[in-house]
Design a protein around this ligand. Structure first.
Ligand code: CA
Length: 282
């Protein structure tokens, strides 16, 4: 889980330029919530408003998969996917549409179709959101096989049906935004360290929190959300360079420094260290 450092009582300058967009890690993002099903289905057209609730674990949503059931009705139709907060009648937060061909009426009788949203949607982890699917013809059926997705219920004709198996779906989040948050944490942490004096208790608390957040953040990256190259680029560190400008004291900060240096890999020649320190932070 990504944590974002909050330091309202400190005047901060972010040491690292963070406004650039970070390169895409995966074309479709990374799966957050998943309920892939193989059982029965409901024809979407006759069950609208039809939807599936989900509970994101992370703060971004960039796309969804919808699992359609094999249909004996040939053709294709425009499928619209809307995201709403808490209730299927609430305002649309994001929408996307595209043609989807009939899911073939042959084994395994299901098709996973991906829908990307035009831009990342910011969501609140732990809150309930609704994926609504709209069609215009009786071609597509939404797979709602056996099994319970614990983070929400299906919605049929506008009514929550928690007693029924959930519809098949997956949600995707962006590692890009999370990486930016992570880098921001690291930058805030370093700014705090630069600006604080040891006489301030508030400051020391903030430093501890910032160090903890940054450690969590680095640990997330180590778990596979690759952002190492971006970190190296933003820190202007070549591979093999140490994190040498981290004027940090205390156990948490030491852990964070160690975590960053683990990310940076084995120590290199360090030829740019002096140059970097003379130049100061950007
Ligand atoms: Ca459920």
């Amino acid at each position: 889980m990504i944590k974002k450092a909050r330091h309202a009582n400190l005047a901060l300058t972010t040491a690292i330029a963070l406004s650039m967009s970070v390169g895409s890690v995966l074309a479709h993002g990374v799966v957050d919530q998943s309920n892939l099903t193989t059982g029965g289905a409901q024809l979407i057209l006759v069950h609208q408003p039809i939807g599936q609730e989900f509970t994101p674990a992370v703060s971004t949503l960039v796309g969804v998969d919808i699992v359609f059931r094999g249909s004996s009705t040939p053709g294709s139709d425009t499928v619209t996917v809307n995201i709403r907060h808490r209730d299927i009648s609430s305002p649309i937060l994001a929408t996307t549409s595209r043609f989807v061909d009939q899911c073939p009426f042959v084994p395994p009788y299901n098709c996973i179709e991906h829908f990307d949203f035009p831009s990342p949607v910011t969501v609140i982890p732990g809150d309930t959101y609704v994926i609504e699917v709209q069609v215009t013809m009786p071609i597509h059926a939404w797979q709602g096989g056996p099994g319970d997705y614990p983070g929400g219920a299906k919605i049929i004709q506008g009514v929550r049906r928690p007693e029924l198996p959930d519809y098949g779906f997956q949600t995707y989040h962006s590692t890009d935004n999370e990486l930016e948050i992570c880098l921001e944490d690291l930058g805030v942490c370093e700014s705090d360290l630069a600006e604080c004096t040891t006489s301030s208790t508030v400051c020391r608390d903030d430093l501890a929190q910032a160090g903890e957040d940054a450690a969590v953040c680095v640990s997330d990256l180590e778990e596979g959300r690759s952002g190492l190259q971006e970190i190296l680029r933003l820190l202007n560190l070549p591979p093999g360079q140490r994190w040498s400008n981290y004027a940090c004291t205390g156990e948490l900060c030491e852990e964070t420094t160690a975590a960053i240096n683990r990310l940076l890999g084995p120590a290199g020649q360090g030829s740019r260290r002096g140059e970097r320190e003379r130049g100061g932070r950007r």
